[in-house]
Design a protein around this ligand. Structure first.
Ligand SMILES: Nc1ncnc2c1ncn2[C@@H]1O[C@H](COP(=O)(O)OP(=O)(O)OP(=O)(O)O)[C@@H](O)[C@H]1O
Ligand SMILES: [Mg+2]
Length: 432
């Protein structure tokens, strides 16, 4: 089987989607917009709003006051550690679970009292949830049969004899074939799910969601059962599918790479709350708090205990030209991304000095783990250096690493991100 390229096979471009609006933060004027559907017809894609969602299971409060606007046609990921409430939120959107408080609106219409199948959404589950005794063709056809055939018409032998049934069945078969072709699984239509690889099953699950022609796709960790190589490939295919269909995607994952590479915006969740919703590059470079900064980025951001003075900040046994008036006299944290560190010639102010504990060669990059001296309160610093610029580093040697002041992130004791004050004019002049 060829994997196919979803985009090329689908063959439709979506020119009507208001692309510009998707990129511009969280305020969207339109909740419904025209989008050219897979079959070329003009269909609707819906925006989604949830407001003040709360949910408890027994004594456990798993969603707390969760609110979010998702634009029509947007690809939004819910990213967070295991158990933070991602699937529960998705199931509430789908109508499979009922929230204790709060509202869900699809296309500006409240859907809290609508059943799942009335909500114009399709969900792809982590487990794919395929029927093992049915062929691939029957699995994909199922939503169409449920929608287009009556109970009597669905009966195995008698059904085919009832008026209208043959024509409808033929239409369904045609649609199944076209969807399977788009997904590169046409040659598998007669097989049972048990005779497929994980990636092929995943495509069948996507196909079954596609034939429903939903206004919103919900996907709950659809790639987690796949091996690393296939995950990378399917990531690109799902992204392309979104681009071609032009409908809203809500994608649940605990894998930051998936969220960062596929999404227009990422909502970072922890312990039942949304911590930040922004474009991937903003989440990375401009995190709202410590938890977001620590969840996103690999290797992890370096977090150094710090004491803020009126003019300078003390951390790891040295001083930095960083000040935040509101934090003066308090303790907090400096966050430094591994790639913000660079080799320095000699020890000095704002320079980390330590001993190389571990070297990880990653091809183009070299990860250097540096043990910081105990009198500066110890700890480890991880630097990501370009391998070609750092050929001589050896295990056990003493190394000096510098960081540009502008790349240092400042966090208050409660984890809140704080913008440092600009350098005084005299300091800026000395750099000119
Ligand atoms: N039906 C249920 N009854 C009781 N507790 C539940 C139920 N469903 C979920 N939970 C609990 O709610 C919390 C959130 O679960 P949820 O499945 O939403 O997490 P998640 O973010 O999707 O995690 P994962 O990444 O592991 O899938 C967990 O502590 C879970 O044990
Ligand atoms: Mg889950």
């Amino acid at each position: 089987m060829t994997s196919g390229n979803l985009g090329l096979a689908l063959g439709q471009t979506n020119t009507d989607r208001p692309k510009g609006s998707v990129k511009q933060g969280s305020r969207y004027a339109q909740n419904y917009s025209l989008a050219r559907r897979r079959d070329g017809s003009a269909g609707m894609t819906a925006g989604l709003t949830f407001n003040g969602i709360n949910k408890s299971f027994g004594g456990a409060h798993v969603l707390r006051q969760v609110s979010l606007d998702v634009a029509s046609g947007e690809f939004l990921s819910l990213l967070g550690p295991s158990g933070c409430g991602k699937s529960t939120l998705l199931r509430i959107i789908a109508g499979l679970e009922r929230q204790d408080a709060g509202t869900v609106a699809i296309g500006g219409r409240r859907v809290d009292d609508l059943r799942p199948k009335q909500r114009d959404i399709a969900m792809v589950f982590q487990s794919y949830a395929l029927y093992p005794h049915m062929s691939v063709a029957d699995n994909i056809a199922l939503p169409l049969r449920m929608r287009r055939l009556s109970g009597m018409q669905r009966l195995p032998l008698v059904g085919g004899l009832l008026p209208g049934s043959r024509t409808t069945q033929a239409g369904i078969a045609k649609e199944v074939t076209r969807t399977a072709r788009a997904l590169g699984i046409e040659s598998l239509l007669a097989r049972k799910p048990g005779q497929l690889s994980g990636g092929q099953r995943q495509r069948v699950a996507v196909g079954r969601a596609m034939v429903r022609n939903p206004a919103i796709f919900l996907m709950d960790e659809p790639l987690s059962n796949l091996d690393a190589k296939l995950r990378v490939q399917m990531r690109a295919e799902i992204k392309e599918l979104h681009r071609r269909l032009g409908v809203t995607f809500i994608y649940v994952t605990h894998d930051q790479t998936e969220a960062m590479t596929m999404s227009d915006r990422v909502a970072v969740m922890a312990e039942g709350e949304i911590l930040q919703v922004d474009a991937p590059q903003v989440i990375y470079a401009d995190p709202a708090n410590r938890k977001v900064a620590e969840f996103v980025g690999s290797p992890k951001i370096n977090m150094l205990p710090a004491r803020f003075g009126a003019d300078l900040t003390h951390a790891a046994g040295t001083t930095f030209d960083v000040r935040a008036r509101e934090l003066a006299g308090t303790a907090g944290t400096l966050g430094i991304r591994p790639e913000a560190l660079h080799l320095a010639e000699a020890p000095g102010t704002g320079i980390f000095t330590g001993r190389v504990r571990l070297l990880e060669h990653m091809g183009s990059d070299l990860f250097v783990h540096l043990d910081l001296p105990h009198d500066g309160e110890g700890g480890t610093l991880i630097a990501r250096l370009l391998a070609e610029r750092a050929p001589q580093i050896a295990f056990g040697q003493t190394l000096h690493l510098g960081v540009r002041t502008g790349r240092i992130l400042v966090f208050a004791a409660d984890g809140r991100r704080v913008q440092p004050d600009p350098a005084p004019a005299a300091v800026l002049r000395s750099y000119a």
